[in-house]
Design a protein around this ligand. Sequence first.
Ligand SMILES: O=c1ccn([C@H]2C[C@H](O)[C@@H](COP(=O)(O)OP(=O)(O)OP(=O)(O)O)O2)c(=O)[nH]1
Length: 158
Amino acid sequence: MSRPSVRIQRLPHGEGLPLPAYATEGAAGLDLSSALPEETPLILLPGAFAAVPTGFAIALPEGFEAQVRPRSGLARKHGVSVLNTPGTIDWDYRGELMVLLINHGPEPFTVTRGMRIAQMVVAPVTQIMLEESGDLSETARGSGGFGSTGFGATFLKK
Ligand SMILES: O=c1ccn([C@H]2C[C@H](O)[C@@H](COP(=O)(O)OP(=O)(O)OP(=O)(O)O)O2)c(=O)[nH]1
């Protein structure tokens, strides 16, 4: 399958780090590593969050976005996640890819240089044109939401 090609720029403090990469043939996300200085790891106390640099910037093609998502292993083992998940990387952003890590776990968590802290999923995105209107098309749901269909098993009415 052909893959869109995306330019990536290594920033000075990303020197020596591996490029973001798919860990397996079928991985949806490229793993992002921490570009924190070797000598100053970050200690995230329980409940704390911080923006962690990755050492790279990318130029997504127009019509694409990237989502910064947690790694389930870090979440399961340590309660560490991405605060704004999924973080949105806009196609016109040329700054450093940052990961807003949060420690939901009960223990302090240390982030070291090179640690794979999140994953980045690239996906097509559609921009829309809003048309202001006095009324909207009718549907069976109407304005029902926030649990309006209940919480038990649902069966389609024939
Ligand atoms: O987890 C994230 C989220 C965002 N960004 C970068 C890329 C994105 O294109 C830019 C702006 O993000 P967003 O639109 O979510 O932030 P905002 O608070 O709306 O800021 P802005 O006014 O700059 O758009 O910040 C990251 O590096 N990591």
